[in-house]
Design a protein around this ligand. Structure first.
Ligand SMILES: *[C@@H]1O[C@H](CO)[C@@H](O)[C@H](O)[C@H]1NC(C)=O
Ligand SMILES: *[C@@H]1O[C@H](CO)[C@@H](O)[C@H](O)[C@H]1NC(C)=O
Ligand SMILES: *[C@@H]1O[C@H](CO)[C@@H](O)[C@H](O)[C@H]1NC(C)=O
Ligand SMILES: *[C@@H]1O[C@H](CO)[C@@H](O)[C@H](O)[C@H]1NC(C)=O
Ligand SMILES: *[C@@H]1O[C@H](CO)[C@@H](O)[C@H](O)[C@H]1NC(C)=O
Ligand SMILES: *[C@@H]1O[C@H](CO)[C@@H](O)[C@H](O)[C@H]1NC(C)=O
Ligand SMILES: *[C@@H]1O[C@H](CO)[C@@H](O)[C@H](O)[C@H]1NC(C)=O
Length: 553
């Protein structure tokens, strides 16, 4: 008895002295030989790196409840949006947590939070620029420079191994950004490609008439929409102007981006030009922002930086089109769950986040499908791709590339349970059940045309641009247009769309043909109602506006 008590006591003493360490994000995919990023050299002690401490949300349950109430028609709080400050009251961590983190940074890393770090307004993130020497000590890692063949002149600093923190610190953190994940470069994670222009060519006015936008354009000066960019891609105002000279003759529009957030120089990229030109064609005459999040030289994780910045800014656009994604199975669930909370914070503020669903169908790793995150998040709207079945008398069908399937991490949200059950019960073709988990969050939610787009790029009209990156800004522009009319009538904006859409599927144009690609064979197939290729279908402006107005009280 005495012996047992003694050993318990000594274990306790030991724990205090050696401070048990805990790996955060143990499921994050690490650098290996298959990575395009090649190791260059060990980082010098005096080089520095930007890291972001994702401090645990004080009251995650209240945040989630509020998000669902604000997003679900019929709830008393539906579209009664919260301000950034109100969100802060729910999520801001306790001062004692911050004190403990700051003490650790000072004592083990020599980091002075006053000089080396900044908090977000709601103190949910702490971003610091810290020397590699201190980082290696704080996290018990070694840092190296890595280079990507497509960006030969730049390197980024990362760890090859998991990082750890003392257990008392681990209890205050979801993860630390900037140490493990590699920035996507070029087209790896962007979802636009140039294909042979054999398909039907799509123009701005064609999209507008197809989706029944007719002559509607925005007119409320407080409305705004944005595209988010990550890959050092930029747009040129001269391309936008040229695009609308060529293709904007039949509708009122603006031909200039109103605001650039982040770095405002760079080479024009296809992805950036596409997003800007098409969100401005559908959401015509609506103030458009270009929210750019830097490149490799900025030393951080662009996607994380974007969502952190949006959550640290009071005046933000109501709609974001985002053509970006990563393999769900390469990320740790603690990272994804925290990003989901960031999506909830923005949804509760009345912001709609639209993500391209990806261009690899179901995705495949040989044994199972590989969903794309954030499209697989239950808290965003995932936009899949369609195409025309025939040049002359075609109808809209699911595009084989359209990203879709079931999350292996997030369970199915209530709003889509009956839609998915109907699909599983009536689908004439289902892939092998070992490939996917039918009780996961199913995506996409909606879709739009995804090939044959012409983009003006360095003043040259480039036809044949394809990918779900075409669909996301197209759908997003129409959501902005709906928002515009709501604002004119004194209603609030749509915010997170999915509960409204799943309650009112007839607002969308059902796509019933076409399958996406799976593992060396067909993946899922479109059919009547919701399906994991095209969701509930493509936008129909008048019916979307009607359900948006009708469900407001
Ligand atoms: C958050 O915004 C405030 C005010 O604009 C700024 O001072 C601060 O540096 C920002 N924090 C981060 C982490 O970006
Ligand atoms: C904190 O910032 C100062 C000034 O930039 C820098 O000299 C110092 O190395 C930083 N401290 C750490 C631990 O990185
Ligand atoms: C890299 O730097 C070299 C020399 O400064 C320059 O000629 C080249 O264009 C750069 N490459 C890229 C991809 O920026
Ligand atoms: C375009 O939007 C502005 C407000 O941003 C509005 O004053 C103007 O009337 C709109 N143009 C049309 C044709 O509706
Ligand atoms: C399937 O997903 C559900 C909910 O996300 C989870 O509880 C279950 O463990 C998963 N099943 C398998 C076999 O992965
Ligand atoms: C524009 O929207 C705001 C709400 O954000 C509203 O107060 C204003 O009356 C609207 N103006 C017009 C002209 O529709
Ligand atoms: C556009 O409206 C027509 C007439 O109401 C309808 O038949 C068609 O399906 C609509 N298009 C879409 C994409 O919903």
């Amino acid at each position: 008895m005495l012996l047992v008590r003694f050993s318990l006591l000594s274990a306790l003493v030991l724990a205090v002295w050696t401070r048990e360490r805990i790996h955060l994000e143990p499921g994050q995919r690490l650098h290996d030989e298959t990575s395009p990023w090649k190791l260059v050299r060990r980082a010098r002690a005096d080089e520095s790196l930007d890291v972001a401490f994702a401090i645990k949300t004080a009251d995650a349950t209240t945040l989630e409840n509020l998000f669902w109430q604000i997003s679900t028609p019929g709830s008393l709080l539906y579209r009664k949006h919260a301000s950034l400050e109100e969100i802060g009251r729910i999520v801001s961590p306790k001062s004692s947590s911050l004190v403990e983190i700051e003490r650790w940074l000072a004592s083990e890393g020599g980091v002075d939070v006053e000089t080396n770090c900044t908090y977000t307004i709601n103190r949910d993130f702490l971003q610091c620029r810290i020397s590699c020497q201190s980082l290696e000590r704080l996290f018990q890692i070694e840092l190296y420079h890595f280079r990507h063949p497509h960006a030969p002149n730049e390197t980024i600093i990362r760890s090859k191994k998991l990082y750890s923190v003392p257990s008392n610190i681990a209890s205050h953190l979801d993860f630390v950004g900037g140490l493990l994940r590699f920035s996507p470069v070029d087209d790896e994670s962007s979802t636009s490609k140039i294909s042979q222009p054999t398909s039907v060519q799509v123009s701005a006015s064609h999209l507008r008439s197809m989706y029944n936008v007719s002559s509607n354009v925005g007119s409320n000066s407080s409305n705004k929409q944005a595209v988010a960019q990550f890959l050092k891609q930029f747009f040129h105002q001269t391309d936008v102007k040229e695009f609308f000279l060529l293709f904007g003759g039949s509708f009122e529009h603006r031909d200039k981006i109103d605001k650039v957030v982040g770095p405002d120089t760079g080479f024009a990229g296809i992805e950036a030009s596409l997003d800007v030109q098409y969100i401005m064609s559908l959401g015509a005459n609506i103030s458009t922002w270009f929210w750019s999040t830097a490149g490799l030289h900025e030393k951080q994780e662009p996607f994380l930086q974007w969502i952190m910045d949006v959550g640290n800014t009071s005046d933000v656009p109501f709609v974001f089109s985002v053509s970006y994604g990563d393999d769900e199975d390469s990320l740790d669930s603690s990272y994804m769950n925290r990003i989901n909370q960031e999506f909830m914070k923005q949804g509760a503020r009345g912001i709609s986040l639209m993500f391209a669903s990806g261009d690899d169908g179901t995705g495949c790793n040989g044994k199972s499908f590989v969903p794309s995150f954030p499209a697989s998040s239950p808290y965003v709207t995932a936009v899949g791709g369609t195409e025309m079945s025939d040049i002359l008398f075609g109808h809209e069908v699911g595009n084989i590339i359209s990203g879709g399937g079931f999350s292996n991490v997030f369970s199915q949200p209530d709003y889509q349970k009956s839609a998915v059950t109907d699909f599983i019960g009536s689908s004439v073709h289902l892939p092998k059940s070992s490939y996917y988990n039918r009780s996961g969050r199913a995506y996409p939610d909606v879709s739009a045309l995804s090939n044959g787009f012409t983009v003006v790029f360095n003043l040259i009209p480039t036809p044949g641009v394809a990918g779900t990156s075409c669909a996301a800004p197209t759908f997003s522009g129409i959501v902005s247009l709906v928002n515009d009319h709501l604002l004119q009538e004194g209603q609030s904006t749509l915010g997170f769309l999915n509960p409204l859409l799943y309650q009112n599927p007839t607002a969308l144009h059902d796509i019933t043909d076409g399958c996406n690609e799976g593992c060396q064979e067909t993946g899922f197939c479109s059919q009547k109602g919701w399906d994991p290729v095209t969701g509930y279908g493509s936008p129909n402006y008048p019916t979307l506006l009607e359900i948006a107005k009708k469900n407001y009280s």
